[in-house]
Design a protein around this ligand. Structure first.
Ligand code: PSV
Ligand code: MN
Ligand code: MN
Length: 426
């Protein structure tokens, strides 16, 4: 199904004045602090986040999956679903594919659907964390870190294959996340595992076209519960440096031990020009992949505060590749993604509102109280009217969730597709 522009425009009519009035108040308040609300609205309108192909069906846990109905059964349908979210929000103009879950059968047809929906192909994801039915080598005891030369080579070749598919689609980056590690002490030799990983990544890096980037994702545990070879940002950073200039660290918000200061990791990586990719989600305990902003919104704001600072000051850092890496087993996946996009935009808008000149003065004067006040002044501002204004500017709808429900999109998808469970994915 596809939404037409008239439907969307009708939905916005009579909301424009209200949004404008709300923003007039913010305009006056923040101009006193030399913060331009209109420049912020433009930045919000430009912001695009990739949707991963695996987030469009109801997620599962190892205890089961509950289908939502109307879920996409093919890559074509997944792109159509992203197209719907993008039409409503104008913030989801990219897809991140997982190979082999989403190998395009007809590359040109897939490119046409993406183009038609205003979607570009962001980072490609390789999958060496599970054996496929036709696999001739196993990843049971590791992939790029494996002591088994044949498994290692098989995983390297898979990544090179992913690059080739990505090239055909117009992607410009590869994300490597490895489940490689050990479940028990003594199971692997840490040093050899790390060296193998480094050699394998260098091999993959050398197979990338010159205008491609490599993103190396880290994660402290799961599925291995004793050790993970790329367990933290330091290991990822070291490997990225070993690979070369176009290799970067990827931060996934769920890939930290509780209470880790993620905003400081962001600042450090951006200072060194090595923050390449970013996966949004939220968590209470581990890699919970919950809706962005559902648990720790202040933390998300503090992280965005560093991202905004880095984007303004660290010109050596590339513009990060943003992706939502969240999926849940009880929510409508499209509503979940709309909520995540909303939370991302809110945190971004609040971070853009920070009075950076005043903050610098307060920091120089060691006025700790004022430093906190300045950050919280931005965090406590209701920025939803700025996001609505950005949406009006880019022909999205002011309230995407309400529109999704009003247009009865899920019901229409169920009528079109039935109650099928998604073909591939988590
Ligand atoms: C692993 O937990 C991860 O965060 C990686 O980004 C994967 O690509 C994704 O989730 C899906 O398994
Ligand atoms: Mn991730
Ligand atoms: Mn994860």
């Amino acid at each position: 199904m596809k939404l037409n522009i008239d439907q969307l425009t009708d939905f916005n009519s009579n909301k424009k004045d209200l949004v404008n009035n709300e923003n007039d108040f913010l305009r006056t308040e923040f101009s006193k602090k030399n913060v331009s609300v209109d420049a912020i609205i433009q930045k919000l309108a430009d912001f695009q986040v990739a949707i991963p192909s695996w987030a469009l069906g109801a997620g599962g846990t190892r205890f089961g999956r509950f289908s939502y109905g109307g879920e996409p059964a093919s890559l074509e349908q997944k792109l159509e679903d992203i197209g719907l979210i993008h039409a409503l929000t104008k913030t989801a103009g990219a897809v991140s594919l997982h190979i082999p879950w989403d190998i395009p059968e007809d590359v040109n047809a897939i490119k046409d659907i993406a183009l038609d929906n205003g979607i570009i192909f962001d980072a490609m994801n390789s999958n060496t964390f599970q054996d496929q039915t036709d696999a001739t080598e196993s990843y049971k005891f590791g992939s790029l870190n494996s002591m088994n030369e044949a498994s290692r080579q098989y995983a390297i070749e898979h990544n090179k294959e992913v690059i080739k598919i990505g090239e055909q689609l117009g992607s410009k980056s590869l994300t490597v996340w490895l489940a490689d590690g050990a479940n028990f002490p003594g199971q692997i030799n840490f040093q050899k595992a790390l060296l193998n990983t480094e050699d394998s990544l260098k091999d993959i890096y050398s197979a990338m076209p010159d205008d491609w980037k490599l993103f190396i994702e880290y994660k402290p545990y799961e599925p291995n519960f004793y050790s993970t070879t790329i367990q933290d940002w330091g290991t990822s950073f070291m490997l990225a440096n070993a690979c070369g200039e176009r290799a970067y660290t990827l931060v996934d918000l769920g890939h930290h031990l509780p209470n880790t200061n993620i905003e400081q990791i962001v600042a450090t990586l951006m200072l060194k020009g090595k923050l390449g990719g970013f996966h949004f989600n939220d968590s209470k305990y581990g890699d919970d992949d919950l809706t962005v902003g559902s648990i720790k919104p202040y933390n998300l704001f503090l992280i965005f505060n560093e991202l905004v600072y880095g984007m303004e000051h660290n010109k050596n850092n590339p513009y990060p590749a943003w992706m939502i890496d969240a999926s849940h087993n009880i929510k409508d996946p499209l509503e979940d993604l709309i909520q995540s996009l909303e939370a991302i935009m809110i945190a971004y808008a609040q971070a853009l509102l920070v009075d950076r000149n005043a903050l610098e003065v307060a920091q120089l004067e060691n006025d700790t109280v004022m430093c906190q006040e300045i950050l919280q002044d931005a965090y406590r501002t209701d920025v939803r009217s700025l996001i609505k204004a950005a949406r009006i500017q880019s022909n999205a709808v002011v309230d995407p969730l309400l529109a999704y429900r009003t247009f009865k999109i899920r019901k229409q998808l169920i009528t079109e597709r039935g109650t099928k469970v998604m073909a591939t994915g988590l």
